[in-house]
Design a protein around this ligand. Structure first.
Ligand SMILES: [Zn+2]
Length: 237
């Protein structure tokens, strides 16, 4: 199908409606039943087509439908309905195609070291200027405001805390104004001003070797982290 054309009631919608109205949670469904639901023919191409549609239901529409690949107790032609997602007639708008899947989210957070690329705060930390306010990480588009007619890829996204994320930021009170900020910047040592300039120009907090190591250390086990502290105490003492 040509990009941008609208599919009035495609196979994904048919599958979703059939699953929503004919199946209960925990039901095991066979490939043959799914094929019948969309009026498909037998054959290897059809199986591939069906699996692509199911992948979209999982990624885009929030369905949980494990196959034998996810759960060895299922036969190779079997699927189990664990959670229902969006379907026509659910009374909700279908999730946008460019809403990132859980797997894409994980990959982006992992790549960025679970820290906001704009201001550098990491998951679970508190904001320095807002005691008690815990950092929440979100996904931001590298090109803000761009809406896509297709699935969004890992390379188009970056990790942003809720405060830095363009779309989320509007919902929060303005944290600080320029006149409040300028005197504080004037007091900074020259080297810090240079670093700050570099970050602001780049639009992200470029990470030093120390930053990168810190991110790695945060991911050690508690026991390993204690050993790391002992080790650092010796070295830094
Ligand atoms: Zn941030």
């Amino acid at each position: 199908m040509a990009p941008g054309t609208k599919q009035p009631f495609g196979d994904e919608q048919k599958l979703a409606a059939w699953l929503a109205f004919n199946c209960e949670l925990g039901d095991v469904i066979t490939m043959r039943q799914l094929r019948a639901a969309i009026g498909g023919e037998d054959g290897p191409n059809e199986a591939e087509h069906l699996n692509r549609r199911l992948r979209m239901l999982r990624q885009r529409d929030g369905w949980q439908i494990p196959s034998a690949r996810d759960d060895a107790s299922l036969g190779h032609d079997e699927y189990r309905l664990d959670a229902k997602g969006w379907y026509p007639g659910s009374g909700k708008a279908r999730p946008r195609l460019d809403t990132p899947s859980d797997s894409v989210r994980r990959q982006v957070f992992e790549r960025d070291g679970r820290a906001c690329v704009v201001c550098g705060v990491a998951a679970g930390e508190m904001y320095d200027d807002r005691p008690g306010r815990r950092v929440r990480l979100t996904l931001g588009h590298r090109v803000p405001g761009k809406r896509l007619d297709r699935e969004v890829s890992v390379n188009e996204l970056q990790t942003e805390c809720a405060r830095c994320n363009e779309t989320v930021r509007d919902e929060l009170p303005d944290p600080v104004t320029l006149p409040e900020l300028l005197p504080r910047i004037r007091k900074l040592p020259r080297a810090d001003k240079r670093t700050l300039l570099e970050w602001v120009r780049a639009g992200e907090r470029t990470k030093s070797k120390v930053d990168l190591l810190y991110v790695e250390i945060r991911r050690l086990s508690a026991a390993e982290r204690s050993l790391m502290i002992e080790n650092l105490e010796k070295g830094a003492g």
